[in-house]
Design a protein around this ligand. Structure first.
Ligand SMILES: [Zn+2]
Length: 239
């Protein structure tokens, strides 16, 4: 009786171990996750720089329009010289013109700074765009590979599930329920006894549990790794 239970459970476990390994294989590798994060960060930085560039361009355009307005005002003032009648009028006009010239000079210097900043931003965007393309290229090749690998693993997964469906019919429902509830290590949920110890974690089993496993009075689980423990006649266990 023990051997038959053990055999069907071990068969089930062999399938579950394969399923466990397969599912772990299907998880995205950490470096791929890091790479995807890096791409996301690079894209967000680039978008920020692009927004900054857009704002800077707008500010520069405003500045140019202001300069043009001042130039128009200056031309108007200069034309007024022809109609000046008094010294006082002449002096006022002269002051206005000086103020306009100084204001134009200040704005032109601001325009120069803005133009330089805009150039720097444009270079920054170009560099970041290249950086992003490089990252994307490096990421895309393994991603394609991963997708094709995943398709193969997916097929293996459904094949294992069908096999599992067949095997569980030969396992006692109560035992199956217990097996499904058991949480073992690395996909191992059932272990044969080994020299009075659990065959999964090799911790010694209490004599009472060992006895019960031997006589199959009730299903025994290991207190240490929570594996389902099945008595194995060939394990030279001490009773
Ligand atoms: Zn154990």
């Amino acid at each position: 009786m023990h051997m038959r239970i053990l055999e069907s459970l071990l068969e089930l476990q062999a399938i579950d171990k394969l399923l466990f390994d397969l599912q772990r294989n299907m998880q995205l590798p950490t470096d791929a996750k890091q790479q995807a994060d890096r791409i996301r960060r690079a894209r967000s930085t680039m978008e920020k720089v692009e927004a900054q560039h857009g704002k800077q361009k707008l500010d520069r355009r405003k500045l140019m329009r202001a300069i043009n307005r001042k130039h128009a005002e200056l031309r108007e003032c200069e034309l007024q010289f022809a109609t000046v009648k008094t010294i006082a009028e002449y002096d006022t006009l002269q002051t206005d013109i000086e103020e306009l010239r100084s204001s134009i000079a200040t704005r032109e210097s601001e325009l120069l700074t803005a133009t330089q900043a805009l150039d720097a931003l444009r270079t920054g965007i170009r560099e970041r765009r290249q950086q992003l393309t490089d990252l994307q290229t490096r990421y895309d090749a393994p991603a394609t590979l991963r997708r094709s690998k995943l398709a193969v693993l997916d097929a293996q997964l459904s094949e294992l599930h069908s096999k599992r469906d067949v095997v569980i019919h030969s396992v006692d429902p109560k035992l199956l329920e217990l097996y499904n509830r058991t949480r073992g290590r690395g996909g191992i949920r059932i272990a044969a006894t080994r020299r009075g110890a659990c065959g999964c974690c090799f911790q010694q089993l209490p004599p009472q549990n060992l006895n019960e496993a031997r006589h199959a009075t009730r299903p025994i689980t290991c207190d240490h790794c929570s594996c389902l423990v099945v008595w194995d006649e060939h394990s030279q266990s001490k009773p």
